[in-house]
Design a protein around this ligand. Structure first.
Ligand SMILES: Nc1nc2c(ncn2[C@@H]2O[C@H](COP(=O)(O)OP(=O)(O)OP(=O)(O)O)[C@@H](O)[C@H]2O)c(=O)[nH]1
Ligand SMILES: [Mg+2]
Length: 301
């Protein structure tokens, strides 16, 4: 798991750990110039201004208290600090045994990686012996349903679909009825990332969420926002907006394999308080990883 994540986060690590390793050679004292360089390295890997400054302030304070004194101590210090920053203890909502299935609602702007993430997750769950059903709630494009159907065929799970242009809430309603009737363990709901305007999208998602809450007790058990990791810091606003409108239980960050902006994970969690649940480090089925703070911190720095 570590090696796959390490490979996926390679570009970020090259940038961040690379610069800190260079600083560590010679075990120089922690000067202001050194701290400045640390801040720059953090900002360049998209940790974000606020979080980068907090990390450097923590370094300074540890230096003052003589907990650390030379440049070779920066990396281990930041590693443990980053690990605690990305750790959020969000209680998991267990599915109601009587009211199974567990419902996972996936939201996010278009192209973020929702459908791909659902495909990977469905494969993993069916591999664990779970009975999975996927709701093709993105009725915006016919191709979106086809893409999802292909992933479902690969995962060996059922899909509930309506023709293009159908009301997403109707698809979700049917999928939940089927999920309950057929004794599914998990229903995963795909949604569109794009409608005609942004405010319409939020209204549509609110409606879908209401249907889910009405049809299955305690649902949705997870509302996951999928964000494109190559967007870096800019995803923070998306997290805030979706959370304000529909309430999120977590974030999935995709495409970390193609970017040096993996530091954004730290800023997102620190500045929004919403936990990252999964990361995507490639297009393959096995490239969706549970987010583990210790493994993540070790991989980027
Ligand atoms: N390299 C890489 N590519 C990814 C990852 N996750 C998704 N992608 C690619 O990103 C593109 C968009 O993914 P989709 O799953 O279609 O995104 P979506 O959010 O469903 O988009 P819409 O349906 O348009 O709203 C696809 O080409 C995926 O293969 C990842 O972790 N790594
Ligand atoms: Mg999609």
């Amino acid at each position: 798991m570590l090696s796959r994540l390490k490979k996926g986060l390679g570009k970020t690590a090259e940038l961040l750990a690379g610069r800190l390793v260079a600083l560590a050679t010679g075990r120089k004292p922690l000067s202001d110039a050194v701290l400045q360089e640390v801040e720059e390295a953090l900002i360049t890997s998209d940790v974000g201004l606020r979080t980068s400054r907090e990390l450097v302030a923590a370094l300074k304070s540890a230096h003052k208290k003589r907990e650390i004194s030379t440049t070779d101590e920066i990396r281990p210090f930041l590693r443990s600090r980053i690990q605690s920053l990305v750790t959020v203890n969000h209680p998991r909502t267990p599915p109601d045994a009587e009211a199974a299935p567990r419902v996972i609602l996936m939201v996010g702007v278009n192209g973020a990686g929702k459908t791909t993430t659902i495909g990977k997750l469905a494969s993993r769950l069916t591999g664990e012996g779970k009975k999975v059903l996927v709701a093709a709630g993105d009725t915006f494009r016919a191709a979106a349903v086809e893409q999802l159907a292909q992933w479902c065929a690969r995962a060996g799970c059922e899909i509930v679909r309506h023709p293009q242009g159908a009301d997403p809430s109707a698809v979700v309603f049917d999928a939940l009825k089927a999920g309950v009737a057929r004794g599914k363990d998990v229903v995963i709901v795909d949604t569109a990332g794009r409608l005609h305007t942004r405010s319409n999208l939020m209204d549509e998602l609110k409606k879908v969420r209401r249907i889910i809450a009405r049809e299955v007790q305690g649902a949705p058990h997870e509302t996951l926002l999928v964000v494109d990791g190559t967007t870096g810091q800019n995803t923070i606003n998306q997290v805030r907006e979706f959370n304000a409108n529909i309430g999120l239980s977590g974030v999935v960050i995709t495409k970390l394999d193609g970017t040096a902006k993996g530091g954004a994970v730290v800023g997102i969690v620190n500045e929004t308080g919403i936990p990252v649940k999964y990361v995507g480090v490639g297009e393959g089925v096995e490239d969706l990883q549970d987010f583990d703070p210790a493994v993540f911190a070790e991989a980027i720095i």
